[in-house]
Ligand binder design. Sequence first.
Ligand SMILES: Nc1ncnc2c1ncn2[C@@H]1O[C@H](COP(=O)(O)OP(=O)(O)O)[C@@H](O)[C@H]1O
Ligand SMILES: [Mg+2]
Length: 329
Amino acid sequence: MIVPQPYPSPTSGATLLDRRLVFVTGKGGTGKSTMTAALGDLAASLGKRTLLVEVDARGNLTDFFEHDRVGYVPEEIRPNLYCMTMNTEDSLEEYLTIFLKMGRVSRLSILSRIFDFIANAAPGVKEILTIGKIAYEATLMQGGSPKWDLIIIDAAPTGRIVGQLDAPAAINELFEVGMVREQTDWMREILADPRITALAIVATPEEMPVTESIELYQTTRTLDVSLQAVFVNRVLPELFTTTEEETFENMRQPEPARLIQDSVQGEIDPVFEAARLAVKLRRSRVEHIRRLRTEIPVPTIFVPYLFVRDHGQRSTRLVAQAIREEMGL
Ligand SMILES: Nc1ncnc2c1ncn2[C@@H]1O[C@H](COP(=O)(O)OP(=O)(O)O)[C@@H](O)[C@H]1O
Ligand SMILES: [Mg+2]
């Protein structure tokens, strides 16, 4: 007899790949970069021209493809898959060139004089330069069609994602008219369209990541961007059915335990303890997953715990395959 499926049956979440912009957030260490990389791998293999954006200059997104670091200019790291690292100074320079049509000399002198001051003193400036660049990439055209089918952003962690996504709205409020107002209006339109932009959270089935995800979901209801998927990462496999669990417990009874002990001539208690632990660990996760799914009414995508030694392109591909199956693609 197989026990009733204790995890609720998965819902697809496949529409995530139909968006133009997908921001991936999550508590640090839950697998934000892993999921960004795997989604990119999946989208590219489905024929989508995909750009991955590493927002954190010290991030390790390219490691998931065993590729060298990349700079501000998108670099093709796999067929159909490009990657860039955000740099707000480059973003400002690009902005001044494109929108203010400034020459290089004035641009650089302005930059060197004001960049550090503005970016570090005024709240939201770094964020707006990040979002501005991403929104700009989302609107680029190439040969009559959008340059990118999909842009996936390894965005700020849960603690800082609101400041990042809310920057256009916050700055917008400061200006009633003028260019800044127009620019931020335009960014907000992109972010607020759920057919274009989605936010996805990565959580592990543990207390803190789940609590942070629920809190973030509640906050996102006041933001332009809509939360459209939750990745539950590092889900433990179900190793035993309840019948097998019973068998293990029966084997622990004094008589069978003695027989086994005699025949294998080794310490068998730790083995039984390990079996018990595996069951207990998984049970405790079920409750966290239940809470997540009750409190956040968006599709949940389960990604199994990978028991692998190295986390390079092979494990990225495994995660991509797991997502693909979950999405029913
Ligand atoms: N499903 C998984 N199974 C096993 N290890 C995982 C899984 N997802 C992520 N990891 C590992 O957990 C660590 C943190 O993942 P990472 O994506 O870097 O997190 P974040 O970007 O959220 O800080 C990495 O070593 C990664 O390889
Ligand atoms: Mg990361």
